[in-house]
Design a protein around this ligand. Structure first.
Ligand code: NAP
Length: 262
């Protein structure tokens, strides 16, 4: 299928590793120019080199810095001549017990997983509508649909973004101008973050990391973890021309892990 997005410009936040990198790779393979961002300059440049090897005639720009910082967001957006595609992503907040969380921790989670993507959307969406093409994909989490108790900061902040997007995507100023806004909800994808989680669980439960991994894998109907590559391919489809009638949706990609009918 021709996704019809070659030559477009995408901004992919938090993209030196994991799911963000998977999205950048899939877009580059479709001929999309990308600006990628992450905090570590060294890892980011390494990822940019890998992306450059994937396609000819595609520009890859990098902006290192924390995407939750307004000044960094300005630099990231300025690096693209125009933003046709925006992939919002950032690290997830730490687990814990809400009894231990102070307002500062809530502010930090809300900034990373709700306000930062909203600010990125605010800076780009009206120009997308004027040009008659725009695709916004927010990487959120399966926890939006099925909350994970120790991830209360994530459950709360991402639910806020999800509610905002549900209203935004249905504005005729966007939907009638070929601008779509969707959320992609990962279940368990084998990224560095997930591996770190396994190690943490192993240390605190007296099991080995392999035991923790196998137990979690067995609990997924697909009997495997997802890959960043397949996540990226799905994201690229959401960013495609053929996906123009698909907006305001929460797409769960979890190997069948969510047990509900809807
Ligand atoms: P990952 O493998 O740890 O990769 C995270 C990427 O984001 C790295 O490139 C990291 O680079 C960058 N990053 C993190 N915080 C950043 C910030 N403040 N500003 C700029 N870049 C930042 O994580 P992942 O598994 O891809 O997860 C991505 C998102 O999906 C997270 O929010 C996570 O909670 C969510 N999620 C993941 C899964 C899963 O199974 N993997 C499931 C549900 C939800 P630097 O550290 O150099 O900045």
């Amino acid at each position: 299928m021709d996704l019809g997005i070659a030559g477009r410009w995408a901004v992919v936040c938090a993209a030196s590793k994991g799911l963000g990198k998977g999205c950048a790779e899939a877009l580059v393979k479709e001929g999309v120019n990308v600006v990628i961002n992450s905090r570590s300059q060294e890892v980011l440049e390494r990822t940019a080199s890998e992306l450059r090897a994937l396609a000819d005639d595609v520009e890859i720009k990098t902006v290192a810095g924390d995407i939750t910082d307004a000044a960094v967001r300005t630099q990231v957006l300025a690096a693209a001549p125009q933003v046709d595609i925006l992939i919002n992503n950032a690290g997830g907040p730490p687990p814990g017990d809400f009894r231990d969380w102070e307002p500062a921790q809530w502010q930090s989670a809300l900034n990373a997983n709700m306000i930062t993507p909203i600010e990125m959307i605010k800076a780009t969406v009206d120009q997308m509508a004027e040009r008659g093409f725009g695709r916004i994909v927010n990487i959120t989490s399966s926890s939006v649909k099925a909350p994970i108790a120790p991830l209360g900061l994530s459950n709360g902040a991402r639910a806020g973004l999800t509610g905002f997007v549900a209203g935004l995507a249905r504005q005729p100023q966007l939907a009638a101008h070929n601008v779509t806004v969707n959320n992609l909800l990962p279940g368990k994808f084998l990224t560095e973050r997930l591996r770190n989680n396994f190690e943490h669980i192993a240390q605190t439960s007296g099991r080995t990391t392999d035991e923790v991994m196998s137990a979690q894998q067995e609990a997924i109907p697909a009997r495997r973890f997802g890959s960043a590559e397949e996540f990226g391919l799905f994201c690229a489809f959401l960013c495609s021309q053929p996906a123009s009638y698909f907006t305001g949706q929460n797409v769960l990609m979890d190997g069948g892990g969510y047990p509900g009918t809807f």
